[in-house]
Design a binder for this molecule. Structure first.
Ligand code: LRH
Ligand code: MN
Ligand code: MN
Length: 388
């Protein structure tokens, strides 16, 4: 059986993956939302469910909030609630995609009054960050156009810069602005922050505390995502990941489910670039569980990230470097693939037990009876936030 060196064990022990509060609510497609019994009715219950993931895996100490989906009266109280459950509040995500005023844009809108409203929403998010102790303000913009000629592409970039600069100025010294890109949807012709280059250009113009979020589901098919990871780390601008997996578009499926090898390659570049367990690079999930149970879906997700991290840590980097330098193509590839093909599951199970965790967190959670309990206790769940 594979054994982990003390260095690998130390790296695994440090790993932290932030959970999205919205993964615990009901979600679906535009065709149908299938409700799950016991779905959280408010942010408090989402946090309680997220804490279950951490309890069985020790991998998920923080929970990201989405505003206004997770708006509450008292954020100090929400913070204490998280603390009581053994987790902390993490990234605050803004939301400018569910308001009629933003039909033609928010931070890029032609009308200064609409831009002001969108900027004020981000100010509210920063106030919330101050109360929750969150470091990161994550901005994903649904803005763009559907038809050629519809919008002044250049003017929108300029307005985007001005709006982001106003928001950036309001951040505290220890806070960051994280700009997420996505190549299409909901806009179908152009999107104002479609790719890492645009996100990079915009955040580079703001300053050191503005960085890029890479959502793994937000690229065209065939994109070499690990190359982007390498480049952003090289430039010191990779702020965070939104992990999920996709077969077709922005599927938001369980990370590592569609293409575990891609996840391995991404994490290898994170390690190579010094980003693993670095405070500068936040690992987060951004997923929805439309047909599977949500808490086990999140447990499976963090375990998938852990598993591919363990495999990527097993790459013999000095042997790899020697093969690369010697131009030994096949040997370099063999070294890389050997690590990928190593089944680390038994070693991880043993290592978990040595740390007082269940060998099989999925099974331990299933046997806990928590799902039956919340189904009995909670009636009338909210929809993931997609409307609530
Ligand atoms: C956009 C996105 C972004 C949003 C989340 C709900 O597709 O990835 O991160 O905040 O989904
Ligand atoms: Mn995302
Ligand atoms: Mn997305």
């Amino acid at each position: 059986m594979t054994t982990f060196s003390p260095e690998i064990q130390a790296a695994l022990a440090q790993q932290a993956i932030e959970l999205p509060s919205w993964a615990f609510g009901n979600s679906g497609t535009r065709f149908k939302v299938f409700a799950t019994p016991g779905t959280p009715r408010d942010p408090y219950e989402k946090i309680a469910d997220a804490a279950q993931v951490h309890r069985y895996t020790a991998l998920a100490p923080t929970v990201a909030l989405h505003i206004p989906w997770d708006r509450v009266d008292d954020y100090d109280d929400l913070r204490r609630h998280a603390d009581d459950h053994g987790v902390a509040l993490g990234t605050i995500n803004s939301n400018t995609f569910q308001d009629d005023d933003y039909k033609f844009g928010a931070l890029t809108h032609e009308d200064a009054a609409v831009r002001r409203k969108a900027i004020d929403h981000h100010f509210e998010c920063i106030d919330i960050m101050d109360a929750t102790g969150s470091r990161d303000l994550k901005i994903w913009l649904a803005e763009g156009s559907n038809y050629p000629g519809q919008a002044d592409l250049r003017g929108r970039q300029d307005r985007l810069h001005d709006s982001l600069a106003t928001i950036y100025e309001r951040l505290g010294d220890d806070q960051r602005l994280v700009l997420e890109y996505k190549f299409f949807e909901p806009a179908f012709y152009h999107t104002d922050v479609p790719d890492w280059g645009t996100s990079y250009a915009q955040v580079a113009a703001l300053g050191d505390r503005a960085v890029v979020c890479l959502d793994t589901g937000h690229h065209a098919p065939g994109t070499n995502i690990e190359f982007i990871v390498m480049q952003l780390l090289r430039l010191g601008k990779l702020g965070s990941f939104d992990f999920n997996s996709r077969f077709y578009a922005d599927d938001d499926l369980i990370v590592g489910a569609a293409d575990p090898f891609q996840l391995f390659r991404i994490i290898f570049e994170v390690i190579r670039g010094g980003g693993l367990n670095s405070p500068d690079v936040a690992f987060m999930l951004d997923q929805c569980h439309n047909i599977e149970d949500k808490i086990p879906g999140q447990i499976r997700s963090v375990l998938n990230v852990q598993e591919m991290t363990a495999r990527a840590l097993l790459v013999d980097r000095s042997a790899l470097e020697a093969a690369q330098k010697a131009g030994d193509v096949l040997e370099a590839n063999r070294i890389f693939m050997d690590a990928f093909y190593t089944d680390v599951r038994p070693a991880l199970a043993e290592w978990r037990v040595s740390r007082g965790l269940p060998a099989d967190p999925m099974r331990a959670f299933a046997e806990s009876g928590y799902l039956a309990q919340i189904a009995a206790d909670r009636v009338g769940g909210v929809q993931a936030g997609w409307g609530a």
